[in-house]
Design a protein around this ligand. Structure first.
Ligand code: ACO
Length: 328
């Protein structure tokens, strides 16, 4: 079967207006700005109101991406939302978004791969288009991590924020588009990073709430070690599959979890910071929304030119990882 060249033809991002600074967190837990900035690179994050859910953020990012792509919601054949904070267990946030957009002919489903979810979703959506099954797909990473963050736990509450990023996928000229995907998982690392309650293993109950099992649990040091190892190796493997070298990279778009993790990836890939999108200082870790938000911001700022070699790479709960090489 001849595969069609598929790429990103529109990007968008949305963040809620409310800013939670390190100074705000100093009033909530035993921490300080110097510790947070030096250990994570984060200065502030955006937080939703009580009334906002992930689909609300997804809608705004999706509308912007559709506008940039120059297509209508009715043209979409597929919507995939990657999120660990869906509006509810079901229906999927993708279905809720499909209704809000009026994307009547689109199939819609959610994808769960934590912070690697956007890359996993791109791989899925692009295959449908490459095979000629669908023409246009919308891929969104949308998160309200503030809703699952324990603001009495200084180990985690300094890290997370809310936001959404979106990409419209369609056919592109020969020689451009996605060149490779490298996806992986190590389920044995699941206990390092999870939200234990609310599923079939531990249904929601008074006890589960009292035991704070509806909040993110994380073994930070272990996740850090995994992340440092996997960011470089996943990016290198995606480059190898694409038949390209580290020196071919024009722009690295990494998951924004910790500035030290990003710096170690830059070292391993022999890249200067100018070739990397870094916005963790403004938004913190936004899980599946982090890579599409960073990409949309780079496009907005004119940092992406036709023919550029873009490498996106992320890791997250699962444990999972994903990387992709894209010729813009
Ligand atoms: N303020 C001040 N001190 C703190 C804070 C804080 N907010 N948090 C922890 N500390 C203390 C600890 O208690 C510890 O004190 P101790 O030595 O007396 O025990 C000390 O600082 C060092 O703690 P570490 O955990 O070793 O700090 P580290 O340098 O590893 O940084 C961090 C912690 C930022 C969490 C880091 O490990 C990290 O970024 N890990 C990866 C996180 C990540 O990427 N998660 C992905 C989640 S995405 C998803 O899928 C939802």
């Amino acid at each position: 079967m001849n595969l069609l060249p598929v790429g990103i033809i529109g990007t968008g991002k949305y963040v809620p207006g409310r800013v939670l600074t390190n100074a705000d967190l100093e009033k909530m837990v035993e921490t300080n700005d110097e510790w947070i900035v030096s250990r994570t690179g984060i200065r502030e994050r955006r937080i939703t109101t009580a009334a906002q859910a992930s689909s609300d953020l997804a809608l705004r990012a999706a509308e912007e991406a559709l506008g940039h792509a120059g297509i209508a919601a009715e043209d979409l054949d597929l919507i995939i939302v990657a999120s660990i904070t869906p509006d509810m267990a079901f229906p999927s946030t993708a279905c809720i978004l499909q209704d809000k957009l009026g994307a009547k002919k689109a199939a819609a489903f959610d994808l769960s791969a934590a912070c690697s979810g956007f890359i996993y979703a791109l791989a899925n959506a692009s295959n449908f288009i490459a095979a000629g099954i669908y023409k246009y797909a919308l891929v969104v990473g949308a998160e309200c991590l503030s809703k699952i963050t324990d603001y009495t736990d200084r180990n985690t509450c300094i890290l997370f924020g809310d936001g959404a990023g979106a990409a419209v996928l369609g056919q592109v000229p020969e020689g451009r588009g996605f060149r490779s995907f490298e996806l992986g998982a190590d389920g044995s690392g699941g206990p390092l990073l999870n939200l234990a309650a609310g599923g079939s293993r531990c249904p929601s109950s008074r006890e589960s709430v009292e035991q704070k099992k509806h909040y993110i649990y994380m073994e930070g040091r272990e996740v850090f070690k995994f992340a440092v190892r996997i960011m470089g190796s996943a990016a290198e493997e995606a480059l190898r599959k694409a038949g390209l070298e580290k020196s071919d990279i024009d722009l690295l778009v990494p998951h924004q979890a910790n500035i030290r993790i990003i710096e170690s990836a830059l070292n391993r890939l022999d890249l200067p910071a100018e070739k990397c999108v870094i916005n963790i200082d403004k938004y913190g870790n936004v899980s599946a929304a982090s890579i599409p938000m960073a990409l949309a911001e780079a496009v907005e700022e004119g940092r992406v030119r036709e023919g550029d070699c873009i490498v996106m790479v992320g890791f997250g709960g699962g444990l999972t990882w994903g990387a992709s090489v894209l010729i813009w």
